[in-house]
Design a protein around this ligand. Structure first.
Ligand code: S3P
Length: 175
């Protein structure tokens, strides 16, 4: 079996990092977060990186970070940026890395959670709601298409979501 990790994917505001932390605690691991790795390598925030180098550069870094994760010891918990699965090569890498868990969140919850957020460059400026709807409808089929598991997150705590994931991993459903 190729590098068997648990990888969380999903839209901005789905709670990938929070659920990831909860899962990592349970498995006594450090959470690996692709955005945080990129910020550490670049020495600046994602917002600043978008400003200074542009989105294509950030996307290239996402792929690089995924490639590096192939060398990790098995059994890690990995949280990803919301746009990372959009590149086909990243989707292949995600499948090589392990079980892909899609945290599915509704547009209403995203809006509520990200109101006033200044850290997501893709949602800045006028019309955040329209941007969320447009991005979500582009991305939803892609997230679904690569997920080994789909977990709904609306109105649920990170603890509840982590419980469901741990149970489904125990059942040992394929991948
Ligand atoms: C992005 C999501 C962000 C971050 C960057 C781009 C996206 O991560 O990677 O702002 O394209 O959806 P979160 O999903 O953790 O917010």
């Amino acid at each position: 079996m190729l590098g068997h990790h648990m990888i969380l994917i999903g839209f901005m505001g789905a709670g990938k990092t929070r659920v990831g932390r909860e899962l990592a605690d349970r498995y006594q691991k450090e959470l690996i977060d692709t955005d945080q790795r990129i910020e550490a390598i670049a020495g600046m925030s994602i917002s600043r990186l978008f400003e200074v180098r542009g989105e294509p550069y950030f996307r290239m870094m996402e792929t690089k970070v995924l490639e590096e994760l192939l060398h990790l010891e098995a059994g890690q918990v990995i949280a990803t940026g919301g746009g990372l699965p959009m590149r086909e090569e990243n989707r292949k890498l995600l499948h090589e890395l392990g079980t892909v868990i899609y945290l599915q969140v509704d547009a209403g919850t995203i809006l509520q959670r990200l109101q006033g957020d200044e850290t997501r460059p893709l949602l800045q400026g006028e019309g955040a709601e329209e941007k969320i709807h447009a991005l979500l409808s582009d991305r939803e089929p892609i997230y679904r298409g690569i997920a080994h598991r789909i977990v709904k997150v609306d109105h649920r705590t990170p603890e509840e979501i982590a419980d469901e994931i741990v149970q489904s991993m125990k059942k040992g459903e394929k991948t």
